[in-house]
Design a protein around this ligand. Structure first.
Ligand SMILES: [Zn+2]
Length: 265
């Protein structure tokens, strides 16, 4: 297991956010007394996570980022120490991960990591299938405002690619794909994709820190945007599939150390 530093900083970050939430709640109360309920801002949804949910989210990210080896035994006590919590939320989080299939509890053997190369490949292909369908629908359903927004996001991505700002690119990449989801006005597919497992910001940061990767991604994003704006559903679908699969292959090579061809066409 090679996850100690990340977990510690993440949990202390969470704790300080929680402290701020308490301060914030006190402030909100004062405001209530002074001027009624009007002055209350929405809480960051992150603050509403329980410790179990937080541990679950971080562990899932760590598993998908390949920080455990397949069939490795999970050491609950060590994780509890790393998170600075009791073993109860660790056990609860592991049960959630077991329901997702990422770990398996075996009698007398403990909890084992079930994530492996095949799982990762299928995760990417599932994502590619759903995203390409959403891209297809976006090309058919996009409104003029959607086209303007998509074009504007690609322009920002161009600027961030030439300045090499990886963090900004991660945010823009998410905004770009969200824009397409919105443009597609999909409902059923949106629910399906919400439930998918996928690699998180830690892997994306590694991918985006490579200039060659950044340029490839920019070219792909531009072709996807062009196809959607042109209303060419087939082309949008194809470009989106290739984009998700290609960046997925980069992820596989980072996590499993070899370039794997999963195009499967
Ligand atoms: Zn993308």
């Amino acid at each position: 297991m090679r996850i100690d530093i990340n977990l510690k900083s993440d949990i202390s970050n969470f704790t300080s956010r929680f402290d701020r939430q308490q301060d914030f709640a006190a402030m909100a109360n004062e405001t209530d007394l002074q001027r009624g309920m009007g002055g209350i801002e929405k809480l960051d949804p992150q603050l509403q996570l329980t410790v179990r949910d937080h541990v679950h989210r971080i562990l899932r990210g760590a598993i998908i980022a390949g920080r455990f080896t397949p069939d490795e035994k999970v050491n609950e006590r060590q994780l509890a120490e790393q998170f600075g919590v009791s073993t109860t939320p660790i056990k609860e989080a592991l049960r959630l991960l077991e329901a997702e299939g990422l770990v398996q509890a075996l009698p007398r053997r403990g909890v084992l990591i079930k994530f492996n190369m095949n799982w990762a490949e299928e995760m990417i292909l599932a994502r590619a299938a759903l995203e390409s369908m959403i891209g297809h629908l976006a090309a058919r359903r996009i409104a003029d405002e959607g086209k303007t927004a998509l074009r504007a996001t690609v322009n920002l991505m161009e600027a961030a690619t030439s300045s090499g700002n990886a963090d900004q690119l991660i945010v823009l990449n998410e905004a770009f794909h969200d824009e397409i989801h919105r443009a597609s006005r999909c409902q059923y597919l949106a629910r399906l994709i919400e439930r998918q497992q996928f690699y998180d910001a830690s892997i994306r940061r590694i991918i985006h820190s490579d200039p060659a990767e950044r340029n490839k991604a920019l070219r792909e994003h531009s072709s996807i945007a062009d196809a959607i704006i042109d209303g060419d559903a087939e082309r949008a679908e194809r470009h989106m599939r290739n984009h998700v699969v290609r960046s997925g292959e980069t992820y596989l090579s980072i996590v499993f150390g070899k370039k794997e061809d999963i195009q499967g066409e």
